[in-house]
Design a protein around this ligand. Sequence first.
Ligand code: GAP
Length: 480
Amino acid sequence: MNSEKQALTMENLASLCKRRGFIFQSSEIYGGLNGFWDYGPLGVELKRNIKDAWWKAMVREREDIVGLDAAIIMHPRVWEASGHIQGFNDPMVDCRACKRRFRADQLCEEQGLELETGSAAERRLKLPEGARCPACGSRDLTEPRDFNLMFKTFIGPVEDESAVAYLRPETAQGIFAQFNNVASVSRQKVPFGIAQIGKAFRNEINPRNYTFRSREFEQMELEFFVKPGTDAEWHDYWVKERLRWYQRIGLPEGHLHPYVYKKDELAHYASACVDILYDFPFGTQELEGIAARGDYDLRRHQEFSGKSMEYFDADTKEKYIPHVVEPSAGVDRIALALLCEAYREEWVPTAEAAGGGVLPAEPGRQPPPGYETRTVMRFAPCIAPVKAAVFPLLKNKPELVQKSREVFDLVRARWAAFWDQSGAIGRRYRRQDEVGTPFGVTVDFQTLEDKTVTVRDRDTMRQIRMAIAELPAWLAEKLA
Ligand code: GAP
C-alpha cells in the first residue's frame, strides 16, 4: 500500500461516500438493514462506468463473446444441478448465552485458533478448545452447523415445499442453463463466451467491511467455452486479460495480487483457479476469481435436465461437452476498490498563496503555511462519475451565467456533467475534487470577449485557456 493510501480509514471513506452521495445504508430511515446498500447519484454513475468498461472489453470489442440477461429466479432444479442446494453452506456456531450466530471459520481466525476437521466419515467441523463468543465472551457455543446461503422464496400464492424457489447466488448458472439456445442463435464456434451482468444474493452470515461482503450485490461473469484440453492456455489468457483490465480502470499493478490456488485448494472438478486480490485498507482481499471448471456445470445440467449439452464441431466432426473458463467479478467490490484507490488527502496551496505544488497530507499534522488540506478522489477519467463541471465565475452576472449554461449544454450532450454557480470559485473546485471530477471549466469575462474558457485539471490544479470550439475534442481525448 502506498504512503498516500495509509491515511485512508474505512470510516473516512464511508463518511465521504454518504456526504457526497456515493453510497447510503439501505432503508436508513428505519435504522438500516445489515448487508444491503443503496448507491446514490454519484455511486450509480460509478457503477455504470465499471459495468460499461467491462461490457465494452468483454462483449463490444470482441467477436467471440455475446451477452445474456437471465432471470434472477430460475427453476429450483438449476440449484440442485449446480450443487448449491447441497453444498453452498457456511459452518455456523450459535452462542447459547447471548443467542447470537457467527461463522465458525471467521470466529476461529479472529481468535487465532484453527477450526478442526472432525472424522472423515462425518465430514463435520469441530470448534477448538478455547473458542469464545465474540459478542459476550461465553464459551458455551454449539458445534458448527451448516447454514445454506441462498435466499428462499415462494412462487405463487401457496407457501409450501413445492413452491420453493431461490434468489440466484451467482449469475453463472443462467448462462449454463441457456447454453444451447445462445450457442445456436449466435452461431458462435468454440472457443466462445457468454457474458452476463446482474444481481446476485447470498444470505451472508457476517456481512462486513462496508460493501465488501453484502447480501445483495452485482456480478459480472463470463463463461468462456473451450475445447477440452485447451483449458490451461485459456485460463492463462484470461488471468492476463483481467489483470490488464483492472489497470486500465485505475487499479495499479502494485496493488493487485494474483493468488494461484494450490492443487489441494481446488474444487474437485477444477483444474486451475486464480483470485485477483486488491490491497484494501482492511486487508488484501478478492475482487475476482478466474476458474477453469472443466465440463462440470454443463455435464450436471445435462444430467439433471436430460437435455444434451454437447457441442458439435463442424470442422473436426467431433462431439463434446465444452470445458469452461470463468472470470467472475463483483461490481460492488470493484467500486469499493476504486473508491479506496482514488481517495487522497492532500496539502494544496491556498487561493492567496501563489504557486507551489500538491503535497500528500501527513496524517495528524497541520499543512505548512500557505497550504490547506483537500480531499480529492483521483479516479481514472473513464471511471469518474462526473467528467466535467462548468461554472460561471460570478453568479450575479447574467451574461456569465447564460454563457456558462451554453458551455454546459455543449459538454453534457456527450458526458456526465455538472453545473454549479454557488459559492466562491475555489469552493466549487474543492466540491468537485471531492467527487473526483477530472476537469473544471470556468466561464469568465474574457470568455465574453474571445469565446475561450479556462480548464482546470483536478490532479495538478493547473489551468489552461482554450477556445470553446476546441473543448469537446480536447475532452474526448482526455476522457478516452
Ligand atoms: N460463479 C462463481 C462465483 O460466483 P464467487 O467467488 O463466489 O464465484 C465471484 O463470486 C465474485 O462475486 C467475487 O470475486 C466477488 O467479487 C463477488 N462476490 C461474491 N460474494 C460477494 C458478496 N457477499 N458481496 C459482494 N461481492 C461478492
